[in-house]
Design a protein around this ligand. Sequence first.
Ligand code: BT5
Length: 341
Amino acid sequence: MPTTRLPGKKFTLTRQPNINARILEVLRSKSQTYISGEELSHKLDMSRTAVWKHVNVLRQLGYRIEAITSVGYKLVSSPSLLLPLEIKNGLHTERIGRNIHWEYEIESTNTLALQLAEEGAEEGTVVVSESQKHGRGRMGRNWISQPEAGIYLSVILRPSFVPIKAPCLTFISAIALVETFDQVLGLKAKIKWPNDVMIGGKKVAGVLTELRAEMERIHHVIIGIGANVNNTRFPKDLKGKATSLTLELKQKIPRITLVRALLEALEKWYFITQSDTPERTFERWRELSGTLGHYVEVNAGETIVKGMASHLGPNGSLYIQLDTGQEQEILAGDVTMVAKV
Ligand code: BT5
């Protein structure tokens, strides 16, 4: 199926998402047969000309809809883009993803999500894009975003708990990613502190959590997730350090199924952090961790620390047991597994 290319275009469907969703719903309810223009116009309460126009908008977005004069319309296939209509079709969440903002190309989904959050976007709003011009990592680094290959999305949360529980929010995204890869693909990934998702020692996904808070109250949190799904190429400096799901499984991966499962897992863990102690989230993180119990080198900006990654602090920090036997707390940094010499 040819892929729809809409570089730089705003998402036409966001203007009338409900009508287009309804058309798809009716077409999908009779996927084996043609549905007449008359029946469609009756069910959707619009003229046959209006039906035709909407069908054409859907076609521009990559839906293959056959139309035969005097017979009717039939949905043959859907695009592989992460369109809100596709994500929402079969998404079982209460809050996350009720509102989805899609762009073909964007500077950074986190930047737009921050802006929407400032403007009052509702909790659970998702910003998703097929490609990012300046995908952001932590500490001013960048995130390579091959168009239509990976998942680049941000979720706006407005948790009611105190900022001290915020580290849980970083951890739940990595937990949700690992659970999703396992549930959908049977792929076992591990978390590298704080929230890199690794397969066979190579990074497959990363999380950038940005928070706006006062001492007592969180205004909003943006959880930005980047995952390499059908990515086949990486820049030279990432050779041997990055991987993708398709490279691991040697097959094309349905991104939409993954996004749905990811949003569902994220919501499940978000609700757990709301209702339970941080320990429950920390416990799950520890189970999925590939860092704890290993000898590591941590680049913490000014200093390099070597030792055994022993445990997490209550704020999500990493404790390293140095060769001297002393413990050192790391608040932020990059962990590399090394051999003890
Ligand atoms: C992260 O930062 O891993 C967080 C990445 C978050 C990206 C998402 S995409 C959607 C949302 N919108 C954004 O603008 N960002 C979020 P960090 O731990 O700092 O890792 C960055 C480092 O990972 C880079 O310096 C590279 O070394 C490496 N890297 C960059 N792109 C990569 C990729 N596609 N796969 C694996 N490694 C990558």
